[in-house]
Design a protein around this ligand. Structure first.
Ligand SMILES: Cc1ncc(COP(=O)(O)O)c(C=O)c1O
Length: 372
């Protein structure tokens, strides 16, 4: 039987993710649209976005934060292209996005990194990392639902730099910024903002690298963070490298102000934890559902990946299609390179009641797609 209760907001995509509760386009401040991003107002709005991010991430004064082009990919590749090559490199990969940075390091930058891998669902041996090298990792592997448990495995004193692709992690986990030299993310994940822009966080040692090391490779203007051997500080005050979408910026400000209004970082983390717990309960109650991430300590509370006993990708597709057609869950089939399963976003912009309402619908779709 078809369940009666429907999630009020069926948005469970892992990016772009659900808009914050209460969002609508007419809630956005549009005064700056049609104006130059270098106008007084434009600079003020960009600076406000930066200030709010700093406050909500609880970022210490030691770290800079700026808005850059190209979403998370742009921000992470900018960091790779400008800083890598000064010393050895280690890349960690346990799912598709981490694997993408390995490809960049090997095939594009032609570095010879040490690659430490694990299969979908597992975390590699973090203790095996050589911190005399620069280390690249994905804080939360969005396509496998496996994350690093914390930053304990990163030594306080390290020779190499730590580079964290933290796009589906920031605003969902507390981050020990002293352990992070470079972090990147995009507004489209936990904040429910828009893609297009990346955010780059630089610790003091990353700035030192930028100012002391000039890679022998050509750098497009979009990647240039220094001029005359000095950091371009303007980027971290809202003087963007090129023209940003001020509509995306206003949308991010809306999300950040929402986050602040509900209690900031702790409240965001709590919402994500509650959503993941609600989904965990649904999984525990059904023998045919499982968690792809085996170890609860490194299981994501944002991109939660589920296994469905014996279901092949055709059945998964059919389930996702049925639920989409019913308007109860959008975009929940697992990522194209990941094992067939469901991936249900549990970030802060999702409401727990909506996650809870999903359970009976999963039962229904499971029965509907059972081979007769
Ligand atoms: C871990 C991770 N890295 C990178 C990306 C790419 O992000 P973007 O499309 O914002 O550049 C994603 C997108 O889902 C991701 O989850």
């Amino acid at each position: 039987m078809k369940p009666n209760d429907r999630p009020a907001r069926p948005y469970f995509s892992s990016g772009p993710c659900a808009k914050p509760p209460g969002w609508s386009p007419d809630q956005l401040d549009t005064r700056v649209l049609g104006r130059s991003h270098r106008s007084g107002l434009g600079k003020q709005r960009l600076a406000l976005a930066i200030e709010l991010m700093r406050e909500l991430l609880e970022l210490p004064d030691t770290h800079r934060i700026g808005i850059v082009p190209g979403s998370d990919t742009g921000a992470f590749e900018m960091a790779m292209w400008t800083m890598l090559g000064a010393r050895g490199v280690t890349t960690l990969a346990w799912e598709s996005f981490g694997e993408g940075w390995v490809t960049d390091a090997v095939k594009q930058l032609k570095l010879d990194p040490t690659v430490i891998r694990a299969d979908y669902g597992a975390l590699p041996d973090l203790a095996a990392v050589d911190w005399s090298t620069d280390v690249l990792f994905t804080w939360n592997g969005t396509t496998s639902g496996v994350r690093v448990p914390d930053a304990e495995w990163i030594p306080a004193t390290r020779e190499g730099l730590s580079f964290a692709d933290a796009t589906s992690a920031v605003f969902a986990y507390p981050i020990d910024w002293a352990k992070i030299d470079v972090a990147t993310f995009s507004w489209q994940k936990v904040l429910g903002g828009e893609g297009g822009h990346g955010v780059l966080v630089l610790g003091p040692r990353a700035v030192e690298r930028l100012e002391s090391y000039t890679p022998a490779r050509p750098l497009p203007k979009l990647f240039r963070l220094t001029s005359g051997g000095k950091l371009n500080e303007g980027v971290f005050k809202g003087e963007t490298i090129n023209t940003p979408s001020m509509l995306a910026v206003e949308d991010a400000i809306f999300a950040l102000e929402w986050a602040k209004s509900i209690g900031g970082l702790d409240a965001l983390v709590a919402r994500s934890n509650a959503n993941a717990a609600a989904l965990g309960k649904i999984v525990d109650e059904r023998p045919w559902l499982g968690q792809l991430a085996a170890d609860p300590a490194s299981r994501s509370t944002t991109s939660v990946c589920l296994t469905l006993a014996g279901a092949d990708s055709a059945r998964i597709k059919a389930i996702a299609k049925l639920l989409e057609a019913e308007g109860v869950a959008y975009d929940i089939a697992s990522y194209r390179d990941a094992p067939p399963g469901l991936r249900i976003w549990c970030g802060a912009t999702v409401d727990s009641a909506d996650v809870k309402a999903l359970g009976p619908w999963l039962d229904w779709a499971w029965e509907m797609t059972r081979a007769s």
